[in-house]
Design a protein around this ligand. Sequence first.
Ligand SMILES: Nc1ncnc2c1ncn2[C@@H]1O[C@H](COP(=O)(O)OP(=O)(O)O)[C@@H](O)[C@H]1O
Ligand SMILES: [Mg+2]
Length: 341
Amino acid sequence: MIRVQNVTKVFETKDGPFTALKDVSFEVKKGEIYGVIGFSGAGKSTLVRCLNFLEKPSSGDIFIEGRSLKDQSAIDLRKERHRIGMIFQHFNLFQSRTVAGNIAYPLKLAKWPKEKINERVDELLAFVGLEDKAKHYPDELSGGQKQRVGIARALATSPSILLCDEATSALDPQTTESILNLLKRINAEYGITIVMITHEMQVIREICDKVAVMENGKIVEEGSVFDIFSNPQTSTTKNFVKSVMNDQLPASVLNKLNDSKEGRVCRLIFKGDSTGTPILSETAKKFNAHINVLFGQITELQGKPFGNLIVQIIGSKKETEEILDYWKNRLFVSEVEKRAS
Ligand SMILES: Nc1ncnc2c1ncn2[C@@H]1O[C@H](COP(=O)(O)OP(=O)(O)O)[C@@H](O)[C@H]1O
Ligand SMILES: [Mg+2]
């Protein structure tokens, strides 16, 4: 659907050339919600602007449904962009146009007849739940309502792709939730492929299928949201996961563990069906060891249960190894360092 192939972007600045994207490649499948997360300055906005060639890559190419954007004329690129909607952190609405006027704008550009425009605007207003705001101006709306207008405008020409650059970053948590739900509906009901740019891991957890982690213009890690949450590899990714999972042991527990020096401490990840298995009591019965639960949490990832348990195994070295072996085939197990982080 979207194929990013070896995209590099160099900006000429007064201090010399600056490479904002370095050889970035990934693919977004049709109907997927694909997240790109990174700290400020990582290159996310540059990347999303390259996806529709608002920013032309210095090298590399973007393919939309197999069509290369690199060699297209300005006219063809404009047509291509009708199939790619975009929404922004600060909504970018026309202040001098009403809500209806904002939504109608891309349809006017596309030279739709007036009657059809009105029909489509009504339909979109109903979809985003703003029927009563048609004649209002943007500065009379809340942040969440403004983003709904942004979304309706982005959907006006029935795009197959929606690019979202920090679309919820200016919103409070509750409003963020409602906008994310709206994006989920757009994905589910219209099958629109969504690329979500964000610096908030909670956004990735809530709606994305896959995620790429960006740092200094590069993708440092990529995978399914499930895999990234259960087994992050780079320190940046680990920090992002930590920021929402809240699954660190309290310092007092860590200190006690450090003092006792006894046992092995492990994190167990239960996914999907395995969350319902009484694996700890099974283990206790089967092996002659004690299992001390230090931390436990079940959250939801993409509608599936995701359990996170930190346990201490107290037993002989042999028993401990046997238990770890037994778990390995049933759960995702990783060792937890016994020091405050
Ligand atoms: N037009 C530009 N000219 C020069 N440097 C730019 C330009 N746009 C972005 N940059 C630089 O590229 C880097 C990445 O920016 P950006 O893509 O906005 O990151 P993010 O969206 O992840 O915060 C930053 O260091 C930024 O200063
Ligand atoms: Mg940005």
